[in-house]
Design a protein around this ligand. Structure first.
Ligand code: SAM
Ligand code: FES
Length: 344
């Protein structure tokens, strides 16, 4: 019943999502997966878009309890790429065919608004045919405006959880769900293609908080949604917490594809870390983006949000080859175009 309703209406109430998440079976998962696959193909065919991820700094002024690069982790070996190194990573990516670059990092005060604007302008002037995505956390409306005017196209900022109490259990006092949401709406109003998302199986998450995530996603209507399993990092206070379920991540990928049929949804590195075939399964469940790493190999291991992260030893070209084969193995085609969100 609920499955049919979700497929027909692309939306359920919070109570209905809870019921669906409480009672799902292998049969439910398969029905949702098939519909998610159909919807994805309706808008994007068999294309899987690729994004070159440049993890340009692991300095962070925040202390999210789940994150391996949090400020209080004194064991983290900190690095930041120079502007030249960032540009070199873009060049390597461009030569390999990438037409989207994602600059992701901790909230690093070194990268002031002025420095970021300079980097954005430089990348966009060298590669005007590429989309530039930022993922550098919370900044003011005016700062986001400057980034947009400098040429940034997209912004990833996972909301992490739409339940305030849950948010406060994952973050220290200086961070709030209210401010996170304000940022997302600011980014949207400024014309960014916006990405929200959350970890599946984060400590204290329940089917009720997940249902709130789904209601929130429908309301925000983001262009991109990133979800992956929570994976413990030994250097955090959640070190001994259980990791998130791959199966539930796949179920949620299908549900999110049905709620937001045109969304760009990555099969995340966390999913590939939790299960050697996780990214392939993610693509089959409704994802249509992969984000191989373009950061220099020398720093890869240091961008350690959680333990045992995959793809930390390979050069960009090897990652590209490996992903091309993995994507093809489940019947999709890895393409190198910009891959903007589908609009009517
Ligand atoms: N600092 C930026 C921000 O906060 O949006 C971008 C970088 S942040 C490290 C990227 C994402 O990694 C977070 O939004 C979070 O969902 C995810 N992440 C952090 N720690 C994780 C963990 N232990 N397991 C899985 N995902 C994690
Ligand atoms: Fe850096 Fe959360 S620890 S943003």
């Amino acid at each position: 019943m609920l499955v049919e309703k979700l497929i027909k209406e692309h939306c359920l109430s919070k109570e209905e999502y809870i019921e669906l998440l409480d009672n799902y079976t292998a049969d439910t998962m398969e029905k949702l997966r098939v519909e998610a696959d159909r919807l994805k193909r309706q808008y994007y065919g068999d294309k899987v878009f690729t994004r070159g991820l440049i993890e340009f700094t692991n300095y962070c002024k925040n202390n999210c309890y789940y994150c391996g690069i949090r400020l209080d982790n004194k064991n983290a070996s900190r690095y930041r790429l120079t502007e030249e190194e960032i540009l070199l990573s873009c060049k390597t990516g461009y030569d390999l065919g990438f037409r989207t670059f994602v600059l992701q990092g901790g909230e690093d005060p070194y990268f002031t608004d002025d420095r970021m604007v300079e980097i954005i302008k430089e990348i966009k002037s060298l590669y005007p045919d590429c989309a530039l995505t930022l993922s550098i956390g919370e900044r003011s409306h005016d700062t986001y405006k400057r980034f947009k005017e400098a040429g940034a196209d997209r912004y990833l900022l996972r909301h992490e959880t739409a339940n305030e109490e849950h948010y406060n259990k994952l973050h220290p006092e200086n961070l709030s769900l209210k401010s996170r949401m304000e940022c997302l709406y600011d980014l949207k109003s400024l014309g960014f293609q916006v990405g929200a998302g959350f970890m599946v199986g984060s400590p204290y998450q329940t089917n009720e908080t997940l249902a709130e995530d789904l209601v929130f996603l429908k309301e925000l209507d983001p262009d991109m949604v990133g979800i992956g399993p929570f994976l413990p990092s030994h250097d955090t206070i959640f070190a001994d917490c259980e990791k998130g379920s791959v199966e539930k991540t796949l179920l949620l990928l299908s549900i999110i594809r049905i709620i937001l049929p045109k969304a760009l949804i990555p099969a995340t590195t966390a999913l590939g870390t939790a299960d050697p075939k996780g990214r392939e399964k993610g693509l089959l469940a409704g994802a249509n983006v992969v984000m191989p790493n373009l950061s220099p190999v020398t720093v890869r291991k240091k961008y350690s949000l959680y333990d045992d992260k995959i793809c930390t030893g390979e050069e960009a070209a090897e990652c590209q080859g490996c992903l091309t084969r993995r994507v093809a193995s489940v019947g999709f085609q890895l393409v190198s175009e910009r891959g903007d969100v589908y609009r009517d």
